[in-house]
Design a protein around this ligand. Structure first.
Ligand code: FEO
Length: 398
């Protein structure tokens, strides 16, 4: 029986699962955990591709030694320096002191800064190659996917792309790592959430990378998070392509804050009218309950966005304010925007959200609504009109 770690031929999976961490990057919930993937090529030269979070080093080293025993590792390729992958560099260097670390100009400054490692550098430029026996590796610089040093390594012998974070998703690998041997259902929504939360701002660099790699005969994608993709390569690339172009489906996200239910009633009225107008995909998020991680993922999915905020101390409701900042940070493009809100003695939230409308360059649809205290008949009409305007705008694209 062949070892369970084989991805293909001499390429092995040596990654680990993190089922303990609550928040990735200290911000993004991990209901299904996350995997930190690393790969080992057991060729004439032995090559390790990326490492894992330092907390898992013992498990990681055991996995490596199960494959190569006490043989030394010749090269460590660093496709990405974020510490969920680079965290074990210093310990790997201690265990394998003669290892050559492969990176680009941006990589080595970070290795020194994070880990104080300055020896054994093997600098590569875009398009450089490395023969390691049976396998021939070629390096592609893909800056800002989503850090400046990000690159990918393509194994020309077997068509395996070691992609760094690209094509990755949240979710541990429960037993198997190959997409053909596992149920992949849980990963698709987690891929959209991973992309929109982590990579979201860098649509253009992702597009450049996709174009650069587009012609390669890829048979297998080895990302640093989530399954190894073989059968689903087309679907995975399509998801990353669509999200990085900020393309979205017909549908509306209604994100609102509400302290006593009055702003929420506006949201309900808008949603009911959208539905009556034939919009099927309507996602409502009470920002005090939904984590922004999920709201962002839905905003990446759908073209329509309607935001509602009570006025709070002459400002936007703080939870909405925080969401607006997260949307602006990601430079999400081409969304249709509706605005509504409420106040008790002096309105401010809707006016201030107008500044967000300008900064985001979203297309404002319908008239912003500002309701005083509680819903009256004319407020319901205003909500229906806003929903009608959004439904009509969406249908123009159908
Ligand atoms: Fe998985 Fe950008 O680190």
């Amino acid at each position: 029986m062949e070892p369970k770690s084989i991805v293909k031929g001499k390429v092995h999976y040596v990654g680990v699962n993190d089922r303990n961490k609550h928040l990735f990057e200290g911000m993004w919930p991990l209901p299904y955990g996350v995997s930190y993937n690393s790969y080992l090529i057991d060729d004439e030269k032995i090559v390790l591709v990326d490492t894992v979070d330092i907390n898992f080093f013992e498990v990681y080293l055991r996995k490596i030694k199960l494959i190569i025993g006490d043989k030394p590792i010749d090269y460590l390729i660093i496709n990405h320096m974020e510490p969920d992958h680079s965290g074990s560099i210093r310990l790997i260097k201690q265990h394998y002191p003669n290892i050559q670390i492969i990176g680009n100009k941006q990589t080595f400054g970070m290795i020194e800064g994070f880990y104080g490692v300055t020896e054994g550098q093997h600098l590569v430029k875009d398009g450089d190659e490395l023969e390691i026996g049976h396998h021939k590796l070629r390096f592609y610089l893909t800056p800002m996917v989503h850090w400046p040093e990000t690159m990918m390594t393509f194994d020309e012998t077997d068509g395996i792309l070691f992609a760094g974070d690209a094509f990755g998703c949240f979710g541990t690998l429960d037993g198997g790592f190959l997409d053909t041997r596992i149920n992949t259902d849980k990963y698709w929504d987690e891929m959209v959430r991973y992309y929109s939360n982590i990579v979201g701002k860098y649509g253009n660099p992702v597009q450049k990378a996709l174009q650069k790699l587009g012609g390669l005969p890829i048979t297998t994608i080895c990302s640093t998070h989530g399954p190894v993709w073989t059968d689903y390569i087309g679907k995975v690339v399509e998801i990353y392509d669509r999200l990085s172009k900020y393309e979205a489906e017909e549908g509306v996200v209604i994100a609102y804050g509400s302290m006593y239910g009055n702003t929420e009633e506006m949201a309900e009225a808008i949603a009911e009218e959208l539905s009556a107008q034939g919009v099927k995909n309507i996602v409502m998020h009470n920002v005090s309950k939904s984590h922004p991680s999920y709201i962002l993922a839905d905003i990446f999915k759908y073209k329509g966005l309607i935001i509602g905020s009570p006025t709070y101390s002459n400002q936007i409701y703080p939870e909405i304010e925080a969401l607006l900042a997260k949307i602006l940070l990601r430079e999400i493009k081409v969304r249709y925007l509706g605005l509504f809100g409420s106040f008790t003695w002096a309105g401010a939230a809707v006016k201030r959200m107008g500044e967000f409308a300008e900064k985001s360059k979203f297309e404002l649809v319908g008239a912003p609504i500002e309701m005083k205290q509680a819903m009256k008949e004319h407020n319901y009409d205003q909500c229906y009109q806003l929903a009608d305007a959004m439904a009509k705008r969406l249908k123009q694209d159908a």
